[in-house]
Write a protein that binds this ligand. Structure first.
Ligand SMILES: Cc1cc2nc3c(=O)[nH]c(=O)nc-3n(C[C@H](O)[C@H](O)[C@H](O)COP(=O)(O)O)c2cc1C
Ligand code: SF4
Ligand code: SF4
Length: 282
């Protein structure tokens, strides 16, 4: 059995899970190749007989680049497949959405795995909340290895049904979906030219190569944004304003963070953000 694991990881949590799933597959005597779509295009599926898809949860959804990658795979055919997701706070039914995307593309997934991952979502960091900072843990990595092993030997099955998210999160999920991002939000990035020092950090860190520099050296946003907000987070001069900084978003983030702070099952650290750097409270 030769398994291809295609995943997207920006801040390394999903990458760690992918590596451990692959290790588990190898302990069963099978082969596994892993590919982060942030860095390289996935290889042709022809020479593989199993497919794994790994993704972080973004806005209670599957990130747009992962959906587009699944749709764009060439030589799609009904080989055994599985999925794994990492999330900082609440994944809600993002796993179901991934499963649906895989089935729509002709795959028949027969197992999934979830792990927490360190949550660098700008909306929460701005509110001083760094969720799941020490994840994935050693236990989660070990569980990922077991999952990989089980997927090639037995398969784990999907839960029959996942409860839909509560209404407020459902509304956020719709707002942060593919169409609103592509048709509206991605056009709303604003640059404060008085602050920008034309360092190009935003461009270099963009996982979807959506930022270019104009002849004067200022960043320009394209139409391929996945709303990871990495550009705004890491700008050393805080020169970028995206929709996450709109007053209405401020209220929503405040609501979400108030829930996270009350939830004993979510580990969190108090942080401040300053000039693109996250500082932890002593
Ligand atoms: C833009 C963005 C949106 C996110 N949205 C969610 C979310 O809706 N629910 C959640 O539990 N975690 C969310 N997260 C946290 C990530 O899913 C989590 O940290 C994941 O492990 C990151 O994976 P990576 O390190 O492989 O990039 C979000 C993170 C980012 C950057
Ligand atoms: S990271 Fe900030 S300062 Fe640097 S080019 Fe981008 S917007 Fe300008
Ligand atoms: S939010 Fe910024 S860094 Fe992320 S994909 Fe969009 S343009 Fe690129």
């Amino acid at each position: 059995m030769k398994c291809l694991i295609i995943y997207y990881s920006l801040t390394n949590s999903t990458a760690l899970i992918a590596e451990n799933v692959a290790e588990g597959i190898r302990t069963s005597g099978s082969d596994a190749v892993i590919c982060n779509i942030k860095d390289e295009a996935p290889p042709e599926l022809d020479s593989f007989d199993m497919l794994g898809i790994g993704t972080p949860v973004y806005g209670f959804n599957v990130p747009i680049n992962v959906l587009e990658c699944i749709e764009g795979l060439s030589n799609k055919r009904n080989i055994p497949s599985f999925a794994f997701l990492t999330y900082g706070t609440y994944a809600w039914n993002a796993g179901e959405l991934l499963k649906k995307a895989m089935i729509t593309s002709g795959f028949k997934p027969n197992g999934w795995f979830f792990s927490h991952g360190a949550d660098y979502f700008l909306g929460y960091l701005k509110k001083g909340c760094f969720a799941s900072p020490n994840h994935p843990t050693e236990e989660e990595k070990e569980a990922a290895r077991r999952f990989g092993h089980d997927m090639v030997t037995a398969g784990t099955g999907w839960p029959e049904s996942i409860q839909p998210p509560p209404v407020i999160y459902r509304i956020e999920q719709i707002f942060l979906g593919r169409r609103p991002i592509r048709l509206y939000f991605q056009k709303k990035f604003k640059l404060n030219k008085d602050k920008c020092i034309r360092c190009g950090i935003c461009m270099k860190g963009c996982p979807s190569k959506n930022i270019s520099l104009n002849p004067e050296g200022f960043p320009v946003w394209g139409r391929n944004c996945i709303m990871c907000l990495s550009c705004e987070l890491h700008c050393p001069k805080e020169a970028i304003v995206s929709p996450i900084s709109w007053p209405v978003m401020n209220l929503i983030m405040k609501y979400n963070v108030s829930h996270i702070l009350k939830d004993p099952d979510i580990e969190k650290l108090k942080v401040t953000l300053h000039n693109g750097k996250i500082e932890t409270y002593k």
